[in-house]
Design a protein around this ligand. Structure first.
Ligand SMILES: [Zn+2]
Length: 344
């Protein structure tokens, strides 16, 4: 960095710790390429850098509606919520979005929070394309419709782009509009994910999901849809976060063959992707394919946390998993009762 500053005097205008953090990011990108097989890090063009970090800020940088940042001085902000008492300010990340500039402040307090104990009603969740998710209780949630409307709007704007001259003011304005729609889509999606995660946590003490690699799924045939629905973001980030906040146990199970197994008797029931109904020739159980998968995930999760369904005849209150004969009754309920989907 010292060498680079000699040849690029512009670098001196930037706070030194911000530059150090950028070098850290470059280093992390190359390490990820070597160790985890990520792609070659690309050089960022002007305007592509979306955020930068002040890795160390003082506790008194925020005064009323202003934040004091090194080299930038006082900047007026819209403080969305007060800094909670007893927390130390650690870092400030400046983020550029289509709708404006944001600063995200990380705060820290040294307390240990115990992890959630497995108890209550257990829920297995299967995520997919036809339905956004299906639960072992028989609820199925569709992908919300507003995505399609926003995507149409996006396509419309993107078609206009080819009529605009490169580098022109009109093209820049149109690109700004497109960026705003992208931001709107990701915010709608995030909002939908959070509401859904909270609704799931309302009725569960334990939640199990498949340990899937969504990056591999996205490369396959289902590509566009899986990425668009943001399944990975929901399953790996938002759901565990909401579970943690709501004191709900969150666990991942082996994803192999969850759709090829009967949740009621454990028999292997082969079916390809076009078969949408699970029908077991061994025990006669019949239900939608994704709900059957959700129930297999539930069973696997329960045995993973040591609450094996068949062995806990007296453990109903403890675990929420039902002993065998009650389970059969519940099966009957599951098939009789058509529950309304959370988001129709
Ligand atoms: Zn069966």
């Amino acid at each position: 960095m010292t060498e680079a500053k000699k040849t690029n005097p512009g670098l001196k205008a930037v706070h030194s710790q911000v530059l150090q953090d950028v070098m850290g990011r470059v280093d992390a990108a190359f390490t990820a390429m070597k160790q985890r097989g990520h792609g070659l890090p690309r050089l960022k063009k002007f305007g592509q850098f979306k955020s930068f970090l002040f890795p160390q800020i003082d506790n008194d940088v925020i005064v009323e509606n202003q934040i004091k940042l090194p080299k930038l001085g006082y900047v007026t902000i819209n403080l969305h919520r007060p800094i909670p008492n007893g927390f130390k300010l650690k870092t400030a990340r400046i983020i550029r979005k289509a709708s404006g500039w944001y600063v995200a402040i990380a705060v820290q307090m040294d307390v240990s929070i115990p992890g959630s104990i497995p108890r209550g009603h257990a829920l297995g969740i299967d995520v997919g394309v036809e339905y956004f998710l299906s639960t072992s209780d028989g609820e199925q949630v569709k992908r919300p419709r507003f995505f399609n409307q926003l995507h149409r709007k996006l396509e419309l704007l993107q078609r206009r782009l080819k009529n605009k001259q490169k580098g022109s003011a009109n093209r820049r304005k149109l690109n700004q509009k497109i960026a705003k729609v992208h931001e709107q889509i990701s915010e709608c999606r995030r909002d939908f994910h959070f509401q859904l995660a909270h609704q799931i946590c309302d009725n569960a003490g334990l939640i199990f999901v498949e340990d899937l690699d969504f990056r591999i799924m996205a490369k396959g045939m289902l590509g566009k849809h899986t990425l668009d629905a943001g399944l990975g973001q929901f399953v790996n980030q938002i759901l565990p976060w909401v579970c943690w906040k709501r004191d709900v146990y969150y666990g991942k199970v082996d994803p192999n063959g969850t759709s090829q197994e009967c949740p009621d008797c454990g028999a292997a029931v082969k079916k390809d992707l076009s078969v949408r109904v699970h029908h077991c020739p061994e025990c006669g159980s019949t239900k939608p394919r994704d709900i059957a998968s959700g129930q297999v995930i539930q069973n696997r999760g329960l045995s993973a946390v040591g609450l094996i369904v068949d062995q806990i005849a007296c453990g109903r209150d403890l675990s929420g998993a039902l002993p065998r004969q009650d389970r059969v009754k519940q099966e009957a309920l599951r098939s009789d009762l058509e529950k309304p989907a959370l988001y129709a």
